[in-house]
Design a protein. Sequence first.
Length: 288
Amino acid sequence: MFQNLSAQKKGSLLAFIGVMFITPDSLFIRLAGIETWSLLFYRGSIPFITVLLSLLIIYKSNFFKIFLSTGYPGIAYSITFALTNITFIISIQNTNVANTLVMIALAPMLSAILGLIFLKENPDKKTWVAIIITTLAAIYIFYDSIQIGNFLGDFFGLITALGLAVGAVIVRSAKNRNLVPSAVVGKLFVAIIAAFFVENFELSNKDLIIVPAMCVLCVAIPFVLVTIAPRFITAAEVNLFFLLETILGPIWVWMVIKEQPTIETIQGGLVIILTIAIHSAIAIKKTQ
């Protein structure tokens, strides 16, 4: 059935499912009781092993051929992917969830600008309108918290948004190549870098469940889907879906650990979700 879908539908479906898996990620990070570098080590090593084994089963000996065929875009994506993973964790552990996610909400605007500069791929009017509306909504939601937030956390959140934008543009520029193996190597880079700073590798009590579940459900599965999505739709359109995390991430945190979202979160979140829904519906209708 998936093969019969248009490129727009394929890309939108992959991005939507991938981001929905990501939305509880901030909650799992909050619930985990281990320090930053230990968390990064497991978020690199477990997805690396999980996805690598899956790809070896699917592609068998062709896996290494596919990996080598990624060339310079593959190397660039591995590095960008690794750095983005690291900056996201550093950000979310040095400021509140809202601050980090509003920075990530800037990724669509950044990817649209980078796509225009490097790919000469000018987003259509509806995408620009959606980017502007959702970015303004995100700024509205967290305006006060941005003003008083921790600078280090906010800075790394901005770097994460830039990394997501660059990564999506790299995938889009090499859309005829399978960069999933490069993302796997990026996870290996994360684990190796983190290993130098880990003080304790031990997992105990609730972390024995929380950490592996987070690494598989919120990291391994979505990063494959989000890596594939830009092969079918523009980088800006893929990053629009990440705005769902901007609203759903804080809601997950509120539901479980009672960090209550503000009225601005609710109002702006409705605008974000409605805008993405309308944008996707129009884009899909045009391809029919």
